[in-house]
Design a protein around this ligand. Sequence first.
Ligand code: ADP
Length: 710
Amino acid sequence: MFSPVVLWIVFLTASLIWNIRTVDKNMVETVKSIGRSFFNEIETTRLWNARHGGVYVPITENTQPNPYLEDPNRDVTTTEGLQLTKINPAFMTRQIAEIAKVESNIQYHITSLKPIRPANKPDGWETETLKGFEAGNKELFELSRGKMVYRYMAPLSVKKACLQCHAKQGYQLGDIRGGISLTIPARRYVDTAQALKNFLIIIHAIALVLGIGVTYFVKRSRDKQMELRDQKNLALEQAKTAAELANRTKSKFLSNMSHELRTPLNAVLGFSQLMRNDPATTGDQRENLQIINRSGEHLLTLINDVLDMSKIEAGRIILEPEDFDLGDLIRDVVDMMRVRAEQKVLQLILDQSSDFPRYIHADPAKLRQVLINLLGNAVKYTEEGGITLRLKATPEEEAGKVRLICEVEDTGIGIAREDLGHIFEAFEQVGGQAGIKGTGLGLAIARQYVELMGGELTVKSEPGRGSVFRFEIPVETVTAADIEHLEPSRGRIIGLEPDQPTYRILIAEDQLESRLLLKKLLEPVGFEVREALNGQEAIEVFEEWRPHFIWMDRRMPLMDGLEATRRIKAMEGGKETIIVALTASVFNEQRDEVLEAGCDDFLRKPFREVEIFDAMEKHLSVRYVYAEEQPMTTAEAAKMDLPSSEVLAALPPELLASLSKAVEEIDLKAAEQIIRRIGVDNKALAKSLANLVKDFRFDTLQNLVMESMK
Ligand code: ADP
């Protein structure tokens, strides 16, 4: 396309041409109008003269009688002796012309094709012009460049007054008798016009320069901006590449670190569990082991928190929805939290409305994590009073969908108004107790998870009175039939039922601790166990020994678990061997990778004892022998969603006594009545007691009541 400069030049040239033409035209019009007005003036004076049939003037040296005027009364003498001569229009015109020539430099020439006075004979230009008038022209104006004069000529036509003298020449009214030509010096006008044109040229030149200058500066600043933008884009691009690289490095680091941390933790947790189950362990030792176990679990939670947060930041958290028993999940979480609450003598009340669904399709792990984080905080930041978990649901427009509304209310220290905005940020801890009790990640993770599930997490709090955390999430409801039921664990496994094959189990694992842990779990139960330190060895043992089941560590030297799995599954009889991968990785992608390699299942480290046995039960249909059930301790009871003896002990003694009696006598009606009375003040307690009665667990009830009355 045309550049702005070219357009500007074209525009200015056009403007200059137009302006110069206008100057010329105006100049011509001006001079023309000067000519016209002179002509009109003369014609009027002539008419005035003709109407008087000539006027008499005194004879002077300059005004002698007109020899061409044939009039008997041409010269007269007044009675006083003054000599006068008649001046006819033509003679008058000549005389005025002489004055004008001296005064204004404009020459007149009265002329005719048939002049009476020889001096009035037309020149060549006048002859042509006069001929033109006879042909009908009205006036002629032109510039004679050579002589630098404008010439103007207009015709004189015969008026009535003229005929007095000129009738004898044969003229009639209206005939063109001749004309007056005016010669106006042009220099002055041409110079003025030229000066104007010069001025226009200068103005246009300035405009051109300015235009080019502005265009140049605009272009330069635009170029600069573009250059800046390019630079910025380049910097952004580089930053993005760097960030992506950093992210990849971080992910790599994370998966490595998780492996490094989880593997030893697996040993800590596993061996402490193993030792706890050892009948030779004394009560004291058991307590110490319990502490090791709890600390390990806590450490695992912290590691998981940090990893979860990093995964969130790397955008690697995805929803993993499934059908599950929400009631179970809630009970689990509440049980876990009740133990913690009771340690601080806090009440944990579950206030669940009847429309809260039991079976739903959602991400149970994330929902569980959110509830644990919120309830955990409530317990952490409350010293007196209690915590209420309030659960409701409202129907959504779409059929089969409801909106879960969960509230965690506490009577704790509360949060200052100015801190409310920060608590959801990662690593933010407020209110002075920071650092002692957590990582500052719990709420950040909870909020991210809730948002991922399509909801919003909000908080209301009053310092000194407590806080309410609330979230709502849309979920699908499902039926019990949709849920895959796992047999509940029936206590500690001590052996295998008779009449089963001798199961050969291969443990392919490079880490000594992990290998030993699995071996110590499996061998005492009655499995035959062999070990392999890498993928290559695993293949060799498989070929020679044909194990029924392989625990395959994912990461091993020489050949990793995936490659070994692929090869074994491709070998003869490989398909029949169950291979379950063990990985310390935190990323879900690796689960797919593991399954694609041909593994039948997948277990994350650190694993729990029960997960190991459950997986083998699931894939081998192996049947276990369980230890005899022990009478429940209070702590265990709490884990089963039972009211603790402490809470029962807080009841009015009279109520407790009647409850004890009703339980002893297995009096269903009486028990229900008493529970209703308890429900007036403590709904949660009444509910769990009612559950026990409904299940006819009078033995458990009796144990509890007895303990609380101690
Ligand atoms: P932390 O690991 O420190 O508990 P969170 O992200 O879970 O980290 O919480 C961030 C901060 O919000 C906490 O340090 C605490 O000051 C405040 N907070 C969270 N929940 C409560 C609560 N229920 N009552 C009072 N303060 C709370």
